[in-house]
Design a binder for this molecule. Structure first.
Ligand SMILES: [Zn+2]
Length: 162
């Protein structure tokens, strides 16, 4: 093979490799960013769950709004969480299960609890997480996107179990 032709082949292969690497970066970076944001949300939600737990232990009831439904607002009013930590990385307040009871939070008689406490809205990410406490440990549950609408209706009604 002539050296010149050989050089041209090497240059072409390098160009193809560059294009493939660039495409991989373009498509991978947004999904990595989404994953990082969802992870940051899950970490904030853990702080919210800890604040709900501390509030409930101290006051003997879950934080409630004026209508008697479980709410994040008393936690913010009492400065138990910073307003920014009660929000998704996209800026909307996390959603607390309106039907929460003391036993769900303190896990008193529910060592196998599957009661979700708080969640992050699906529309803000490609997937959503809900947090619950089982055996004193905060667990993160990934909601199936196909089932999200139905799941959200149950969550909004305050239904507690998966
Ligand atoms: Zn979020």
């Amino acid at each position: 093979m002539q050296p010149r032709k050989y050089f041209q082949i090497v240059v072409n292969v390098c160009l193809v490799v560059c294009v493939v690497v660039c495409l991989a970066l373009v498509f991978q970076v947004p999904s990595q960013r989404q994953t990082a944001l969802r992870f940051a949300c899950a970490e904030r939600m853990k702080q919210v769950v800890l604040a709900i737990h501390a509030y409930t232990e101290l006051k003997g009831d879950v934080p409630r709004n004026s209508e008697g439904k479980a709410s994040l607002l008393p936690l913010i009013d009492d400065r138990r969480i910073e307003p920014s930590d009660a929000k998704c990385t996209h800026g909307r307040l996390f959603v607390i299960n309106p039907g929460l009871e003391v036993a769900d939070v303190l896990d008193l008689d529910r060592p196998r609890s599957t009661t979700w406490l708080v969640h992050d809205e699906q529309s803000l990410h490609e997937g959503t997480y809900a947090l619950f406490v089982r055996g004193g440990v905060i667990l993160v549950y990934k909601v199936d996107p196909e089932e999200y609408r139905e799941w959200l209706c149950e969550f909004s009604r305050g239904e507690r179990e998966f």
